[in-house]
Design a binder for this molecule. Sequence first.
Ligand code: PHE
Length: 352
Amino acid sequence: MSDPLDLAGLRARLAAVAGLDAAALDAEEIGVLGRKQGALTARLKALPSLPVEQRREAGASLNALKLEFEAAFAERRTALAGASRAAARDAVDPTMPPRRDWVGSRHPVTEVTAEIVEIFRGLGFSVALGPEVEDEELNFLALNFPPDHPAMDMHDTLYLDPEGSAPGAGGRLLLRTHTSPVQIRVMREGPPPYRVVIPGTVYRNDAFDPSHAPAFAQIEGLAIDRGITFVDLKATLTHFAERFLGPDTRVRFRPSFFPFTEPSAEMDVGCLLCGGSGCGACKGTGWMEILGCGMVHEQVLRNVDLDPEEWTGWAFGMGPQRIAMLRYGLPDIRLLYGGDMRFLSQFGGLAG
Ligand code: PHE
């Protein structure tokens, strides 16, 4: 029997639908039923060219085949969807214990820094930042270090280009040894008054041992205005200690020396671990030193073209690692530099 429409070929394709994968199924559906190029569609379009006596039967066969194709495509599609759901189910092992919530937290040094900055922001201080690569002039000379000061020695300071220029000329580049040069940058940036805190990393040519690190954090503070006195320094830093450590915190100021402040002091707080009765952490004294401070030296003001008769102020510098060690009773600063989860997970409610 002649088969001008190749119905046998279409039937063979119909039989093959049940074995197609998802991509081939889409292609075959277009290939057979597609409105423009579909093989079955094309034959339907060709019906009028057949001899009249064949037309009726051929039309009936093609329309029946079209329904069968539609049913076969739909059935195959349903079967494939069911199979992929089953595969996804098999990939899950419902007997496995669930993972516990794993919520990160801030590093203790980041946390301490953020709390300190926040307290000073509440007092009207803004945040200033400066570069970690500094020049000798700002790190030392503008801060009233004499050119032969031992802090400028290669043993204490990490120079980037030791051969670059003559020591003491002010042009050598170094990793800043403190955040104090940013005081100079702030004061050269625009006119007073200034109230800033300056968090940042500083570098010293130190060994990495239980109480030293060659890179550590500092927070600098600077307040300059008309009529500022040592009373403002004491009141502000005492307020800070009470906010940061609790309202009953005791503070004391001991005379000290920094080239860029005069008078200078260290501020101690009652030992955070024993409360003042004396313990190993405070070496039996009941006190812990938390920062250095003082009235900004007249020479520093002159170095930034401010008249010390008109403008006065104070500055402080503290080390967040040190404060974190005191606050949490840490025996070794190196704990704050490692990634040991047994240590870190004890902070900030991190699930262990
Ligand atoms: N820059 C000093 C240091 O690193 C700290 C300090 C800052 C002291 C500001 C007084 C005033 O030790």
